[in-house]
Design a protein around this ligand. Structure first.
Ligand SMILES: [Zn+2]
Length: 272
């Protein structure tokens, strides 16, 4: 089911980790951002789009994590983009012939491992050099690239619609997850990324996280502050007072506390 969140911007929610696929209406078709996770969900999205008479004319992956790189044959063969760094990271990943099997192995026990189609996985390219916008015939979509969570992670700002697509940041259910795979200063990277988002926050009416609930204008600054407070607590080695972990976590999201504990431990070991 597609839910309109702003004029010409709709969201299709996947049941796996409340993942959000975002549809932006353009002149000749739609831009599809992070299409979703499971086979039947993407097929459902493809149905919703064709029922509305829309074809996908461009795709975008906010970052090179498996759950943001999927695609379904029924969504068509439009060009798919990510940042150049995201595309390079995926190319690297796919140069390992065992990469797809590893993704499925990693999903073992989640119950969705048989429903994640990998045929069209990761077929993305960077936008033409020198552009910070998605090349397509529709409202301008500014690519706000930063180094947090994953290499080449991007938020997208659809200024005319007041919509910020945050990728895996600014979630109401998931705490910030740092990129602990070789970044020199993952904490500072994350804080810098939050400052970038803060730079546009005044013009944002709707924030759409990669996972979790869509937030209104009043939520944008609050989510930035919450993420920053979490990251600063991590840096200080404190226990974050964060509603997303501990007893205040939403039902079904108790596992986020484990993610936090694991991350805090990895961070303690990171530079040693
Ligand atoms: Zn994700």
């Amino acid at each position: 089911m597609l839910t309109q969140v702003a004029e010409g911007v709709l969201v299709h929610e996947s049941e796996f980790v409340q993942s959000n696929a975002i549809v932006v209406q353009g002149r000749a078709g739609v831009l599809l951002i992070d299409p979703g996770v499971q086979d039947h969900e993407m097929a459902c999205l493809a149905n919703d789009l064709s029922d509305s008479g829309w074809t996908v004319v461009a795709g975008f992956s906010t970052h090179p994590d498996w759950d943001h790189l999927l695609w379904h044959a029924r969504l068509g063969a439009a060009p798919r983009y990510g940042t150049a760094r995201c595309a390079a990271t995926v190319r690297d990943l796919l140069s390992d012939p065992g990469a797809k099997a590893d993704i499925i192995a990693h999903l073992d026990g989640t119950g969705i491992e048989e429903h994640v189609p990998l045929d069209l996985f990761g077929l993305i390219a960077g936008p033409p050099a020198g552009t910070a916008r998605i090349p397509w015939d529709g409202p301008q979509v500014r690519i706000i690239e930063h180094q947090a969570h994953a290499p080449g992670h991007a938020a997208l700002f659809i200024e005319e619609r007041g919509v910020l697509v945050a990728g895996d940041m600014l979630s109401d259910v998931l705490v910030p997850m740092l990129d602990l795979n070789g970044a020199a200063d993952p904490i500072e990277d994350y804080l810098a990324a939050l400052r970038l988002l803060e730079g546009v926050a005044g013009d944002v009416d709707v924030v759409v996280p990669g996972h979790g609930s869509v937030g209104g204008a009043d939520e944008v600054h609050a989510r930035i502050e919450r993420d920053r407070a979490y990251v600063l607590a991590l840096r200080a080695g404190d226990v974050p007072h964060d509603p997303r972990i501990g007893p205040s976590a939403k039902p079904g999201w108790e596992w986020v506390s484990d993610v936090h504990n694991g991350q805090a431990q990895r961070l303690r070991d990171y530079h040693t």
